[in-house]
Write a protein that binds this ligand. Structure first.
Ligand SMILES: [Zn+2]
Length: 420
C-alpha cells in the first residue's frame, strides 16, 4: 500500500513550485483581505485561492499567523554606497541594498536621487545591476547628485536626464530635486521640466523652507499630478490650524493629484505633524524610509516599524500596507509590482503583528506608545525565499539523514582514527 501511495503521488503533476498556506492575505490592488493560500510558479504568482492543496506544489510553507502582502516597495532610499564620498548621502551614508531590503520585507527600492545625470551610469553598473533587490532610480536634476549638498545647488540639466531616462527606461522611474538652499524655484522647476520631457514623476525634498518659496506653493502650483512631495511630516510643513483643523491647501494639492510621501529619514519626521494629518484622515499616499545609515539606526529603524508607528497614530493596517505596496507601484508607473495578481512577479512579504506595548520616537525627541508592532518574518523575491526569520521553509533536521549538508561528489566525511 505504501509503495502504491508513493507511486501515485509521484504521478500527480505538480502545478506549483511553492505554496504559502494559512496566511491572511492583504492585497490592496485586488481589494483582498482574508484567509488565502498563495502559489508561485517560475517566479510569478500562479494562484491565490481560499485553499490550495499542499500536494499541488513541490514545496509548501505554513505561514499561519502571518499577514501576507505584496513585497514592499520603498519609494525613497539611498543605496549609492559605491560613490565613496565621506559623509555624503551618496557614499558612506548610503546602504548596500541587499544588506537591508529583504530582512525588512522590502523587495523593491527606489533610490531617490543619490546619483545625478553625470554619475547615474556609475550607479547603475556598480549597484543596480549587481543587487538582488530590485533597485530602481530617480535621477537627480543636479549633475553629481548627492555626493555633497553643495553639488545639489546647480548644474541642472533636463535634456541630459531625458536622454538617460530613455536609455535606461527599465530602471529610471523619475526625477529628484533635493536639499536646495536658494530662495528661488530653479531646482524644482527644472526637475518638473525634466518630468515633462520624460513623462516621469518628480519627487521633491524641499530643502530649506524659505519665505520666498512657501511650501503650499510647491504642492498647489509647482508640482503636477503624479509628482511627489517627500518628507511630508517634516517639522515646517503646516498641517493643522490652532483649532486642530487641517489646512485646506493640503486637500487642494491632493485633488490636483500631488502625492504625499513619508520619507522618514533622520530628522524629517515629526510625530506632531503625522498625528495632525492622520487624525484628520489625511493619510500618506506612500510610506517610505529615506533609508541611509543614519535613519536605519535612528527612529526610522525599518519599514514595518514605520508602518507600526503610523498605526499607533491611528492609520489603519490596510492603509499602511497599501501605502507600502500598491500605491508606490502606481506612483512609479509599475503596476506589475506591489500586487499579488496572478502573473505578477512573486515578490511577497510575510509580516507578523506583535501585540504589547511598543515605544516609537521621531528623532526630534517626540515619543508615542502603540499596541502593535509589525515585524518582517518572511520575504520572497521572484518566487525565491530570500528572508526566513523563523526557518519556516526548513524541515526537522532529524528527518534529513546522516549526509545532508555534504556536497555529493565533492565532500566526504573522513572519520578520524579511533586512536592518534
Ligand atoms: Zn533622501
Amino acid at each position: 500500500m505504501k509503495i502504491l501511495f508513493l507511486c501515485s503521488s509521484l504521478l500527480v503533476a505538480q502545478d506549483f513550485d511553492l505554496v504559502l498556506r494559512g496566511g491572511r492575505v492583504i492585497d490592496p490592488r485586488n481589494r483582498r483581505d482574508g484567509r488565502f493560500d498563495v502559489a508561485v510558479k517560475a517566479g510569478k504568482i500562479a494562484a491565490v485561492e481560499p485553499s490550495i492543496d499542499a500536494a499541488r506544489a513541490r514545496k509548501a510553507v505554513d505561514v499561519t499567523g502571518l499577514i501576507i502582502t505584496p513585497g514592499m516597495i520603498d519609494l525613497h532610499v539611498h543605496v549609492f554606497f559605491t560613490a565613496g564620498n565621506p559623509g555624503a548621502w551618496a557614499g558612506d551614508n548610503s546602504v548596500q541594498p541587499d544588506a537591508f531590503s529583504f530582512r525588512t520585507g522590502v523587495t523593491t527600492m527606489v533610490d531617490a536621487g543619490s546619483s545625478g545625470w553625470r554619475n547615474f551610469e556609475t550607479f547603475r553598473t556598480t549597484v543596480i545591476d549587481r543587487a538582488r533587490t530590485r533597485v530602481l532610480a530617480l535621477i537627480n536634476i543636479a549633475g553629481f547628485g548627492m555626493i555633497s549638498d553643495a553639488t545639489e545647488q546647480d548644474d541642472f540639466n533636463p535634456d541630459a536626464i531625458a536622454k538617460l531616462a530613455e536609455k535606461h527606461k527599465d530602471v529610471v522611474v523619475g526625477i529628484k530635486s533635493a536639499h536646495y538652499q536658494k530662495p528661488d524655484w530653479e531646482s524644482v522647476d527644472l526637475a518638473v521640466e525634466a518630468g515633462k520631457k520624460t513623462g516621469l514623476p518628480v519627487m521633491v525634498d524641499f530643502g530649506f523652507f524659505l519665505p520666498q518659496r512657501p511650501y503650499y506653493k510647491l504642492v498647489t502650483e509647482h508640482l503636477r499630478a503624479g509628482d511627489i512631495s517627500t518628507h511630508m511630516f517634516r517639522g515646517p510643513v503646516p498641517y493643522v490650524d490652532e483649532k486642530g483643523a487641517l489646512y485646506p491647501y493640503l486637500l487642494e494639492a491632493r485633488k490636483r493629484g500631488v502625492k504625499f510621501d513619508v520619507g522618514h529619514g533622520g530628522g524629517s519626521f515629526v510625530l506632531r505633524s503625522a498625528a495632525g494629518a492622520i487624525k484628520n484622515g489625511f493619510y500618506p499616499d506612500t510610506i517610505s524610509s529615506d533609508l541611509h545609515t543614519g535613519s536605519m539606526n535612528g527612529a526610522f529603524m525599518d519599514l514595518p516599524a514605520l508602518m507600526s508607528k503610523l498605526m499607533a497614530l491611528g492609520l489603519p493596517l490596510q492603509e499602511a500596507v497599501r501605502a507600502a505596496t500598491s500605491t508606490p507601484a502606481e506612483v512609479i508607473k509599475r503596476p506589475d509590482l506591489g500586487t499579488l495578481s496572478v502573473g505578477a512577479p512573486a515578490d511577497i512579504a510575510g509580516l507578523r503583528v506583535m501585540n504589547g506595548e511598543f515605544g516609537y520616537w521621531d528623532n526630534n525627541t517626540g515619543r508615542v506608545i502603540g499596541k502593535e508592532r509589525l515585524f518582517a518574518e518572511l520575504t520572497l523575491k521572484q518566487g525565491q525565499i530570500v528572508w526566513d526569520w523563523n526557518g519556516r521553509a526548513g524541515v526537522d533536521y532529524r528527518t534529513l539523514g546522516p549526509t545532508y549538508g555534504i556536497r555529493p561528489g565533492i565532500d566526504q566525511i573522513l572519520p578520524p582514527p579511533a586512536k592518534r
